[in-house]
Design a protein around this ligand. Structure first.
Ligand SMILES: [Zn+2]
Length: 286
């Protein structure tokens, strides 16, 4: 009996360091890794979808989503795109835009960020794919965040002729007060290769997309408006209102190769059908 007891004690003494080590290393602290939250930033009913591929499906309607994303990294937080303005939630029937798009917001962004524990004013970086109205709606909620934007986009947005690119500066006036980092191409946000802004010009002069490398969920490229829905991606079709159509097609092919090289999945921010299969905050990808 005594022999058994002492053997048990011996075994425990040997195993104790390993058991303790196991306790300290698992489970990892939630903050230790990279997280991607998908936020609902409204919807866009397109009254004539042919504006996205001239000559095809004239007069047909199509519903698009408007998505925003929060990246939580051990070194900081980044909001990717700021969606349609939260104020639209006060007009449930929606608002008509350029006579072609009916814009609606049912879940304002501010409260969504609050709910997951990252109030807008605490977010460090603001990454905007481009300055169109459906991507900048809530930039005023982040007046202190450092804006990460391609130099060409900044010049177009704050230059003499913003209207030429489809920009309305009254929607992003608050950005003038934000600290700004003007980018000259791809940019590694946290310096470890896990979150990279990709320069993807064409839709607008300094359009950009966001590449995120997640440990469990894999590599994902958030499209911005590189493309608006799957059919256009398959056929490499370009909207009639893109700034540079040739460049748009070239960038799409480059990104297709980039996705292959990096075994990455393209998440098309406006694609309703694809987004139906993507979980929303407070759930997250890591
Ligand atoms: Zn858009």
């Amino acid at each position: 009996m005594n022999k058994v007891k002492s053997l048990t004690l011996f075994a425990l003494a040997i195993l104790a360091p390993f058991l303790l080590a196991g306790c300290t290393s698992t489970p990892p602290r939630a903050e230790a890794g990279l997280r991607l939250y998908v936020l609902d930033c409204g919807s866009i009913e397109v009254l004539d979808v042919s504006v996205f591929h001239p000559g095809i499906d004239q007069g047909k309607r199509k519903l698009l989503t408007d998505s925003c994303y929060l990246i939580v990294h051990p070194k900081g937080t980044l909001l990717w795109d700021a969606g349609l303005p939260d104020a639209l939630a006060n007009t449930p029937e929606g608002v008509l835009w350029f006579d072609t798009f009916r814009l609606k917001v049912s879940k304002p962004l501010g409260p969504q960020l609050q709910q997951i524990g990252y109030p807008a004013e605490t977010i460090q970086y603001l990454g905007i794919s481009h300055l169109h109205g459906d991507h900048i709606g809530n930039v005023n909620l982040l007046p202190k965040a450092t804006l990460l934007m391609q130099a060409e986009e900044y010049a177009a947005g704050f230059g003499a002729e913003p209207g030429k690119y489809g920009f309305d500066p009254s929607g992003y006036a608050s950005l003038r007060g934000n600290p700004v980092q003007q980018l000259q191409g791809d940019y590694d946000v946290f310096g470890d290769g896990s979150v990279i802004i990709k320069r993807t010009p064409g839709h607008t002069p300094g359009h950009q997309a966001l590449f995120v490398k997640l440990r469990h969920s894999g590599n994902i490229l958030l499209s911005g408006d590189l493309v608006h829905f799957t059919d256009n991606w398959t056929h490499k079709r370009v909207p009639g209102f893109n700034f540079d159509k040739e460049q748009s097609v070239k960038t799409m092919h480059e990104m297709e190769q980039f996705l292959k090289d990096n075994r990455a999945t393209l998440w098309i921010q406006h694609d309703l059908e694809q987004n139906a299969g993507i979980k929303r905050a407070p759930a997250y990808y890591d």
